[in-house]
Design a protein around this ligand. Structure first.
Ligand SMILES: Nc1ncnc2c1ncn2[C@@H]1O[C@H](COP(=O)(O)OP(=O)(O)O)[C@@H](O)[C@H]1O
Ligand SMILES: [Mg+2]
Length: 188
């Protein structure tokens, strides 16, 4: 097993064709609360991956979840972060995100770092902040985060939104909320 990534929330290990994601302890949190949070977040991340995988969305196949050790085992996807690649994949990503939103799942951390480019197309990862929601504003927040974090990348948000509007249920209401979020941010 070798460590391939360490972020604020989790350490990622690779073991042959599997990825093991282990949620880290946060020393500043009360011990009991820390354990409770890591348990529920591990379980929630796994459940969301299962739902998306069942619905044939391109996510790593979830293998096993161990709440006691805060571990998720999943398929290792062969690819690179979309961020590192030059290819423009706005339309394909918009289709996937629209499908995910149509299942009422909000990603919660929709940045290009959490999109992998493989030989078979894009794969979405990192459901650590994901949740179930049918609220237009929550879905709009996903779009806003993608828009803000992709500004310095070669990513055409207009292209993304054009395709998203064609595929997402209630796209008009969601885009209206996105406009409201942009307005609010402008005055902060
Ligand atoms: N299933 C996977 N297959 C391939 N690489 C992965 C997989 N899961 C995570 N990674 C790699 O590890 C990095 C961090 O994983 P991620 O789930 O996004 O955790 P974090 O919450 O730390 O951002 C990803 O950006 C990706 O490079
Ligand atoms: Mg991530």
């Amino acid at each position: 097993m070798k460590k391939i990534h360490e972020g604020a929330e989790a350490v990622i290990y690779q073991n042959n064709s599997e990825i093991i994601k282990i949620r880290k302890e946060k020393k500043y949190r009360h011990k009991k609360l820390d354990i409770k949070l890591r348990k529920t977040r591990t379980r929630s991340e796994f459940k969301i991956m299962q739902k998306l995988h069942k619905n044939k969305l391109p996510v790593p196949k979830p293998i096993e979840c161990n709440e006691m050790t805060f571990e998720i085992r999943m398929e290792k996807v062969k690819g690179e972060n979309l961020k590192q690649s030059q290819e423009k994949k706005e339309k394909e990503l918009a289709k996937i995100i629209a499908k995910m939103h149509n299942l009422n799942i909000v990603h919660g951390d929709l940045t290009l770092k959490n999109v992998l480019l493989t030989s078979k197309g894009l794969v979405i990862i990192d459901f650590g902040l994901s949740y179930q929601s049918s609220r237009y504003e929550d879905k709009a927040m996903d779009l806003f985060i993608l828009e803000e974090t992709s500004k310095l990348e070669e990513f055409d948000m207009k292209k993304f939104i054009n395709e998203y509007i064609k595929k997402a249920k209630n796209a008009k209401q969601i885009i209206l909320k996105l406009e409201k979020i942009r307005e609010r941010r402008r005055y902060l």
